[in-house]
Design a protein around this ligand. Structure first.
Ligand code: NAP
Length: 251
């Protein structure tokens, strides 16, 4: 069994070590995991030709959306989200079948519902509107949350407001805050998400998709206001576990 990760650049990635530890723990000696840094998605088909033994791939920045035209099938959740971070490869006699999934949404949901109280008021602020936010928005909507999108620029077509439009009222309405932007991610640890921290209270739950550093300045500043905080490590582990489950399913 051969698995791998495509993205670019692939520096300090989590997946290879995580899967190698998993293969060792499960005593799956025949499994290997490779990093495939692709400078362009146009190189994807060459990669498949050169690695005929591949059974599955993880997909990371910047290809979660660009990979979609290369797939033979996309599962319903990934289709609705519009992003794929896991591919199952079926090596048929004549051709390969490439089926795309989104396991970020599963990882986020798993880590969120085990953390927030069941009776939390279902309003959330989501910061940053990129690929990861799409999986977060899908999950929060599925769980019944109303979402206020916040980013660097307002966008009337999606209802996104800019950071400087945030008022105390937004923080009174929403108790769940989710950072889906890369602000504060290592090596830019000193970058602070530009929100009015004085309105964050012990009633708030602040989730950062970033896992390196373990506590971004967004999380540290929110904790200083008494909020409950959580980083993206559990989401990362659960999306990887789900990908492995998908690869192992024989159908
Ligand atoms: P992305 O597409 O590069 O950026 C997401 C959004 O963040 C952008 O669309 C932008 O939204 C905002 N943004 C980007 N640069 C910014 C800056 N300098 N200042 C303020 N806002 C900025 O990234 P992504 O793929 O969605 O990932 C976002 C973060 O989630 C990354 O840190 C990634 O490592 C993390 N992540 C974690 C997991 C996990 O399993 N824990 C999974 C996926 C991603 P606006 O234009 O709306 O401001």
């Amino acid at each position: 069994m051969h698995f791998g990760l495509i993205g670019f650049p692939l520096k300090n990635t989590f997946s290879k070590q995580y899967f190698e530890n998993k293969f060792e723990a499960l005593k799956i000696e025949a499994a290997t995991y490779s990093n495939f840094p692709l400078e362009s998605i146009d190189l994807f088909e060459d990669l498949l030709r050169q690695n005929q033994d591949l059974n599955g791939l993880n997909v990371t920045i910047p290809y979660k959306e660009k990979i979609i035209p290369y797939l033979t099938e996309i599962d319903a959740v990934a289709k609705e989200i519009g992003a794929v971070n896991c591919i199952k490869i079926k090596n048929k006699a004549q051709e390969k079948e490439l089926i795309g999934y989104n396991t970020d949404a599963f990882g986020f949901e798993y880590s969120l519902v085990n953390w927030i109280p069941k009776n939390i008021q279902k309003n959330a602020l989501v910061f940053g509107m990129g690929g990861a936010a799409k999986a977060v928005i899908y999950t929060l909507t599925k769980l019944g949350f109303s979402i206020q999108l916040v980013g660097r620029t307002a966008d009337a077509s999606t209802g996104k407001i800019s950071y400087d439009e945030l008022t105390e009222a937004h923080f009174k309405t929403a108790t769940l805050l989710v950072n889906c932007s890369p602000v504060g991610m290592s090596p830019n640890d000193q970058a602070l998400l530009p929100i009015p921290y004085q309105y964050i209270t012990p009633a708030h739950f602040c989730y950062d998709l970033i896992y390196l550093p373990a506590q971004t300045l967004f999380l540290k500043s929110s904790a200083a206001q008494g909020a409950c905080i959580k980083n993206g490590l559990e989401m990362l582990e659960k999306q990887a576990d789900k990908a492995f489950e998908i690869w192992q399913n024989i159908d």
